[in-house]
Design a protein around this ligand. Structure first.
Ligand code: ADP
Length: 611
């Protein structure tokens, strides 16, 4: 028995490549072009190592004469196959470098495959005309001859070219470091095998190539993570772009809506407009209110999704909030034959600390749904409380005798844009955003929302939210009632807005109170007017103006010595929570566009009423 490294090295190399191949091919991978090159390298290495192991096994049990006479034709052919596989492997490695370096090669992948196939086939054909000779080096048999020399020469050229391209692109990508190291190691092994003819290490070279590539540049796990990162980044970018688009668009829609709402409200008050026309104007007001609600919903959901929605806590009067909610419900109920029952806990603390506008929004959403999805019967709006130390748990429930919700649909309720039983509810307007926003708001406030419903009978939505009890409130407790339209005399208002139509709407609205209005179109003009010494009783300042925003203008106004005019932020940036932002920016009050006439009335009553 010949004890040499004649077949052991090829055999071990084969086993190692086989193990790697099994791991690699069964692993979940990202489909990349360069992977295909690596696939080919593994397969070609497997073929070469198997063939080589076979040759050396046969050779280990035969004498040189037996080999040369009996098996020569077979061994001769198989050696050409091995040489060809070597050329294929190094062509693929070179193509790998080209593909990761140049888009041109990546995009023309099919042509690259074709070129490699033709090149390898041509090499094989040429080897058929050259000769192979088996030699004995000590106890080990090796092959020499023109075929083998040609194989060495072609591989040397491919490695050299590969090194050139790797060096050119070295700085581009860290993968080139790995390729460079692989190439250097291959050159060392390659030189060793050239110098020591008794060392059978072709297969070791291939196994090493496969392993180093696997653990450096071809690790499927790393690639998967990289790809997932890229996918996540681009999904996040796309989502952010969508959010930006939605909120910009919603803002753009509010501006023309301001004109529609403002002018139609003026028409409603105009004595010269006939009653029939007024009915239609009322429809316009209602339609634009609906549109406004949709736009606000989109703004809210996009803000929540962008993670930009904050809970802004302040002291608030519970009575004021409930009064507003009840009066809003009465407004929305209109002529519907539904009884609104209210049941508020008598021990509800008068002042709580939390985000009143968001709690109100949650209540408005579920109350509006109850009204929308109930034809007749009653709706109960109930608030009970559980107090512990200074925390008050609000248990808000809205129960209705409406159409109810099928059990299988309850889970879908809080998905955005999800509307149930569309065929039956086709006449009821909605976007499917209300409950999605409600759920997110409740989550943001660490609360809970529960739905109970019997299809055809009615539904009950219950929300639990904890709020802090305020023992010594700093806010005034009297509720602001809707006041009748006040008449004011000798008052002058400075209006600042870059949009001419918005100015016209506000001018007309203020004019109906008998207020003298002066309009300017920029923060600069506003500062100029005040600096000139003009006297105003109120300044209404739009925020989103080019070059100098309302907030910046206000800062400059406050720097003017002796400036004491009340300022109102007038803006289409009407997300819930904006009032608090503008008040903290230094404005005395806030009015959202489209201007709501009751809100305007309150402001005028507060700041311009003679009494
Ligand atoms: P929408 O704008 O459609 O009202 P929501 O997110 O507020 O959107 O509600 C989602 C769906 O849940 C509605 O389309 C409706 O099918 C159902 N729904 C909500 N509240 C009720 C209710 N009180 N009674 C019956 N169905 C309701």
């Amino acid at each position: 028995m010949i004890m040499s490294l004649e077949f052991e090295l090829p055999l071990f190399s084969l086993i190692f490549i086989l193990m790697l191949g099994i791991v690699y091919f069964f692993k979940k991978k990202v489909p990349l072009i360069e992977n295909k090159m690596y696939n080919t390298i593994i397969v070609a290495s497997l073929v070469a190592a198997s063939v080589d192991t076979f040759i050396h096994l046969v050779s280990a049990y035969c004498t040189l004469e037996e080999l040369n006479s009996t098996y020569f034709a077979m061994i001769d052919f198989l050696n050409r196959v091995i040489a060809t596989m070597f050329v294929l492997i190094f062509s693929c490695l070179f193509a790998y470098t080209l593909i990761i370096s140049y888009k041109k090669f990546k995009n023309n992948y099919k042509k690259v495959v074709m070129a490699i196939t033709l090149f390898t086939a041509l090499f094989f054909v040429i080897t058929c005309f050259t000769h192979v000779e088996i030699i004995e080096v000590g106890t080990v048999r090796n092959v020499v001859g023109a075929t083998i020399s040609m194989g060495y020469a072609v591989v040397a050229i491919l490695i050299a070219l590969n090194i050139v391209f790797t060096l050119i692109n070295f700085k581009k990508d860290k993968r080139y470091y790995a390729i460079f190291i692989i190439l250097v190691m291959l050159i060392i092994l390659y030189t060793l095998s050239l110098v020591f003819k008794g060392l059978i290490i072709y297969d070791v070279i291939m196994a090493l190539l496969c392993y180093i590539m696997y653990f450096t540049i071809e690790d499927p796990d790393i690639k998967m993570i990289e790809e997932l990162n890229i996918a996540r980044d681009s999904a996040e970018k796309a989502n952010a772009a969508k959010t930006d688009f939605l909120s910009n668009m919603s803002h753009e829609i509010r501006t023309p809506l301001n004109a529609i709402v403002g002018f139609s409200n003026l028409l409603l008050e105009d004595k010269d407009v006939p009653d029939k026309a007024k009915d239609e104007v009322r429809d316009i007001v209602m339609a634009s209110d609906n549109l406004l609600e949709i736009v606000n919903g989109i703004l809210d959901i996009s803000k929540i999704e962008a993670g930009k929605l904050e809970i802004i806590s302040n002291e608030y009067s519970t009575k004021k909030m409930l009064d507003e909610l009840v009066s809003l419900c009465h407004g929305r109920l209109g002529e519907k034959p539904i009884e609104l029952r209210t049941n508020f806990a008598p021990d509800l603390p008068p002042v709580l600390y939390g985000d009143a506008s968001r709690i109100k929004q949650i209540c408005v959403n579920i109350l509006t749904n109850a009204i929308k999805y109930t034809k007749e019967g009653w709706i109960e709006f109930k608030i009970s409380v559980v107090k512990k130390d200074n925390i008050c748990r609000l248990i808000i429930s809205v129960e209705d005798t409406g159409i109810g919700i099928k059990e299988q649909n309850i889970d879908k309720l809080f998905n955005k844009f999800e509307r149930l039983d569309l065929e039956e509810n086709i006449t009821i307007e909605g976007t499917g955003l209300g409950l999605a926003i409600t759920k997110k708001l409740v989550d943001l406030m660490h609360g809970k929302i529960v739905v109970q419903s019997v299809f055809g009978k009615g539904s009950k939505f219950t929300v639990c939210i904890d709020q802090r009890i305020v023992e010594n409130p700093t806010i005034k407790l009297e509720t602001e009632k809707n006041v009748d339209k006040v008449k004011v005399t000798n008052k002058k208002v400075l209006l600042v807005d870059d949009n001419k139509i918005n100015l016209k709407v506000a001018e007309k609205l203020l004019d109906s109170y008998g207020i003298e209005v002066e309009s300017v179109e920029s923060g600069f003009a506003c500062l100029e007017k005040v600096n000139e010494g003009n006297k105003y009783d109120l300044i209404m300042l739009d925020d989103m103006m080019p070059k100098m925003s309302g907030v910046e203008t206000l800062k400059k106004l406050k720097d003017i010595p002796g400036f004491d005019i009340k300022t109102i932020a007038l803006t289409a940036n009407a997300l819930t929570g904006m009032r608090e932002k503008y008040l903290s920016d230094g404005f005395d009050d806030y009015l959202a566009k489209p201007i709501n006439k009751d809100e305007l009335n309150k402001i005028i009553n507060k700041y311009l009423n003679d009494d």
